[in-house]
Design a protein around this ligand. Sequence first.
Ligand code: HC1
Ligand code: SF4
Length: 573
Amino acid sequence: MVRITIDGQLAQVPAGTTIMEAAKAVNVKIPHLCYLKGINEISACRICCVEIEGERAMVAACSNPVKDGMVVYTNSPRARMTRRTNVELILSQHDCKCATCVRSGNCQLQEVANDLGILELPFETQLQKGLRSAWTKTFPLYRDVNKCIKCMRCIQICDKVQTLNIWDLAGTGSRTTVDVSGNRVIKDSDCALCGQCITHCPTGGLRERDDTAKARAALADKEKITVVQVAPAVRTAWGEYFGLKREEATMERMAGALHRLGFDYVYDTNFAADLTIMEEGNEFLHRLKSGALVRWPMFTSCCPGWVRFLKGQYPELTNQLSTAKSPQQMFGAVAKTWLAKKLDVAPEKICCVSIMPCVAKKAEADLPTMRGESGADVDIVLTTRELVRMMRADHLDPHFIEEEALNSPMGTHTGAGVIFGATGGVMEAALRTAAYVLTGENPNPDAFSEVRTGPGLREATYTVAGIPVRCAVVSGLGNARKLIERLKEGKVQYDFVEVMACPGGCVGGGGQPISAEDEELYGVRGERLYTLDAENPMRFAHENPEVQALYHEYLGEPLGETAHHLLHTDHKA
Ligand code: HC1
Ligand code: SF4
């Protein structure tokens, strides 16, 4: 152990601990912008500089380890002055129009500048011109070159965690910036649209395409019937920016807020997750029994970030994807057919809006394959952050919004549907129903819980009705790449593989609220979904009475002709 003094406090930490982490251990917060533990420890921003007794040079706390007997001052006049100058230099190349910035109030640069009392800039502001600052504005991910502070977080998260290398440094000298790597434009890159670069950006340099105006127009259009669905993971996080406790940020309270925003009908993507299990679970059993999974497994297809990754990086494996559309798309397809009939309205009048924790869902909804006779299955996709912005614009404080029931049908779900939002949930939900289909009896709903939660790879083999089923679950595209390489080398064999692009699954999605503390919140959010599953009296997708009614009244059998037409795709677009 190493003994050090930080701002007068004694600390004992293991050798090799950085000054930043040692300070955290004694509750001293050292401001930083570029630092991300284990991912970006490169002292690019120099905001974390501290003074060390006896040393002339200031030292970056994020990348320097403690030494025995070290005396550290994180807030001495010299430390503060150095930090202030470094922030002022960053601001001199930053578009400081905070009033029109999406991250205002949740921006780490703004916070550090405010905390230092920087009220005027001593340096002339020089914004980038001439570089490729123009952006494809229709692309679901948007970058503002003049909000970028070159902290490199996006580069590192994309390289080290997602292994896609979309971002790179470009330009030289004072014109150095971050841009799409290899001189590509974003729409021609392999970007999976997981949005992890957005949630790890400390400023407004990256954001999702804003579709709130489109949603407002639909809400204002008296001819439109607005139908909104809410994804499983959104309910774990939408209250975070409002300081609402997780247990109070219920789906029913959100339904109250959505009705106040003007949506005519509020439904649940979880209903469609149950429906997806009926289709995907049966498809899996069909493929397994037909011997189609001897060499390659069936991959889940509900995460569009993963689907984009697979089609871009391993196009030869596209056929291994389940043909089931994602719950988002199944919801839209059913809303514009069965639901339209039940509501007795023309499907063209329905505007189907989704609230998703995801940026890639915007691209999924735009695909030419995700359309039916009445147009797009889903018309508008809003992220959790966009929903929060709409609520704020309408001065809706959820603390004072009453809970309201969801609409029916398509508002009922089982515990199996809700766990889709956490890594391992789709697999677990599918196995529950596959076991029922094979044996005619419900298994213990927690029988497949080994595949739950955790950012890395989990594998398990279950024997269902005498049939061994080899399963694997991964989240994070770097983990997915490792798994595919091992499959290719023949080192592992599986029958069924669930992949989610974002670490931890959708709870850690790129459209979720951004933590002011650089914390990864997918663990706590995922636990919330498993609690909701355990509390639900129905734990099996096939028990959802509204899904049963949908098959009875409209679809016929899982994988039947109507279901195939409406709910499946070949992933060719
Ligand atoms: Fe997801 Fe899914 S779980 S993909 O993560 O299968 O976005 O939450 O809605 O479609 O249900 C996202 C979440 C979501 C779909 C479902
Ligand atoms: Fe979107 Fe979820 Fe996939 Fe992330 S894991 S890309 S949030 S669907």
